[in-house]
Design a protein around this ligand. Sequence first.
Ligand SMILES: Nc1ncnc2c1ncn2[C@@H]1O[C@H](COP(=O)(O)OP(=O)(O)OP(=O)(O)O)[C@@H](O)[C@H]1O
Length: 606
Amino acid sequence: MSDCDGSPSTSSSSSRRFSLADIQSATDNFSDELVIGQGGFGKVYKGSISDGESMTVAVKRLNPRSRQGAREFRTEIEMLSRFRYPYLVSLIGYCEEPDEMILVYEYMPRGNFADHLHRSGKNYSEPLPWLRRLRICIDAARGLDYLHTGTSIQPDRAIHRDVKSSNILLDHNWDAKISDFGLSKLGPEDQAYSHVSTEVKGTFGYLDPEYYLTRRLTRKSDVYAFGVVMLEALCGRSAVDFSGDEEQWGLAGWAQYCIGEGTVDEIIDPSVKEEIKKDCLMEFVQIAVECLRNIPRKRPTMAEIVVRLEFALALQEGKDSSKIAKPAKLDLALQEGEDSSDVVMPAKLTFTRNMKRFFLGTTLVNSDTKPTSKVQTNHSSISNSVMPDKDGAMSNNKDGVLAQELPSGGQTPTPSFKQFTFTELKSITENFSNEMKLSEGSHVGWIDEKTYNPLEFGVGMAVVVKKITPNEFQYPGLRQILDFLRECSHPNLVKLLGYCTESKYSEANNMFLVHEYMQKGSLDNHLFREGAEPLSWPIRLKIAIGAARGLAFLHTNTNTNTIQKQNMYSKFAAWDILLDKLSLFPNSIRRTSMQSFRTLECQSSM
Ligand SMILES: Nc1ncnc2c1ncn2[C@@H]1O[C@H](COP(=O)(O)OP(=O)(O)OP(=O)(O)O)[C@@H](O)[C@H]1O
């Protein structure tokens, strides 16, 4: 497991570097009147920066006496630059000068969840209704699920390590986001249940006892802490409270005792007690109890918690419980007596098949993404002169679609993707040979997993090089497409690795996308192909769950409007679901012949 406590670079492309003068001007020279919070790192100020127009921000200034500060400062920048998601607080920038370390975040006007639950702090006005508490828990669980699951472009996953109600911040609409990543740890993608031995860190009251005893940190430590947050939401008590009898000091222990004794009613926050529907309460308490299980393996995953909390919400909202399907256990393997953490969802959606649909016919949400009169609709009007040259630089032709939409200087708009040269693509696909052809416009090839450099047949990672015709990409333009694809980063979406726009070396102004190769082809092959080995029911269920997750992500998290979100696919079908080699066929041969690749891919949607 890699450790983010090293010294990651603070020069993040996605965060802005501020001067001390900028920050002083934003906070009225760190005026005490603008202090909105105080944590272990230092004071937090409300400020205002201008970036064309003025924006309210939260400014966290390291207290020079904080011993952990420098390390946490770098971890926070590293983490928040990698993981951007609606349920994680956004880092806007930072300031690093000889005696100053300052972080600048989006401002969350309703402060933290803890202050509302425990009725303290400036932001507290009146008790939060139960529905709001439930929705906040769901948002926070989504943020943690994303952190645990990783992104497909950024292969790292992470453990937050300091989940608590004061690290759940609330925006104007009461939407919740996870904050404070200073203690987080990065972990590799391929170890679902990885652990690392660390110096024990976190906050008392939320500390996973197993981690405390063994120093083995896993994602399930976050799950434990999240269970404590759920109990805080239910009981309106702090995780640690020394004001009562000794047995009540720690909320986790006390609440579990009461639940076990059947006296949970006595510890529910009186201000919400009458609001909570019985079946919702039962589901909620059951999830919390499972989060607090002694054996980390037996705790649910954050993904499962999200689904079950959504079910609890549906019950609370009065949906007829007989008509709501109780969520199937995501960890099917648990039903089969295996470790739920090792369950791999083998299904991923392909979403580049008909990209034009994602953009055409509707207006994009961002004002700067709206089609302009300069956008040409006749693809023959895109000439070589507006495409990047061999080094990716753009011409100055201001009338061209791409010239107008790519940043000046031809900087790669999506640094997470590799910009392949056409020569590299030729090398990867053995000169686009028939031997390497998967389907019309798609070739398979091999690259180095780390550098993405071409490798010889069968060595390294298999990828698909897919041709995109001008008809597909001319509207809304390359930059839009790449921005969109960068957003489409989810474990259940086929992972995009890079692209190539060297049109003058390719025929007909095509561009190319390079994405991971899903070795087992599309689902229809396995369901309908004559002679295909039947898929077992648990596998079908896993595939359905994986595909549903991919769709849910496309529907809720991409920067498109509602109509687009609901119409990502005109006809979603089995060939949009691709299967990889993981877990589906555990004994499959690692180096499969091209013939069998092609047999499986013959009806693939790529
Ligand atoms: N982006 C933000 N918008 C609004 N308020 C914020 C923001 N970030 C932090 N705060 C406020 O400042 C408080 C202190 O934040 P900080 O993350 O430094 O500490 P903490 O998590 O409460 O404690 P510790 O750092 O010791 O774990 C938060 O609880 C919150 O009330």
